[in-house]
Design a protein around this ligand. Sequence first.
Ligand code: URA
Length: 213
Amino acid sequence: MARLTKGVTVVDHPLVQHKLTLMRMKDTSTKSFRQLLKEIAALVCYEVTRDLPLEDVEIETPLQRMTAKSLAGKKLVFAPVLRSGLGMLEGMLELVPAARVAHIGLYRDPATLHCVEYYFKAPADIAERTVIVIDPMLATGNTAIAAVDRLLEAGARDIRMACLLASPEGLSKFRGHHADVKVWTAAIDERLNDHGYILPGLGDAGDRMYGTR
Ligand code: URA
């Protein structure tokens, strides 16, 4: 089940919403947080890939020949933004194990909230593949914009964005820059605080998944 507004799909499936509530709770352990993120990521990925094209293939079951459906075109590329995107990558790869991976190393300068790139490695034929950017927190929108800019520079043409939580400010900024990149998220929260954190949110996703605070 999914709700759609202006290129943004909120994945409001009850399982996703229940797991997200557990992730938001401040006493949820690192282990549970990581596990829940992985589970939600797979469910979000299910919606992001809902319209992938299929083609007919001739196969043989143990009983007879048949025309069956198979994914058409080149394999997907998952593009996690380091480091917190890695927490969603695992769950998405469980659903699409043959996907390629483009790693995007960006960090947010705490003073300016602007993005600084420190690593980028993507498949050479990225132009021929559907790319799904993965970043759990679409907060200011700056990281997501920079990630898509970098993928476009590398030649990507078909890009989608998968996250866990988004702020209204971040979503409108992102869609303002990249109107043709559709977004899937488990929830749109109330607002950003002065430090660029999503409220009510769930805190720092990277710290919570890796236990670094
Ligand atoms: N990054 C996070 O991890 N949390 C936020 O609320 C915003 C950005």
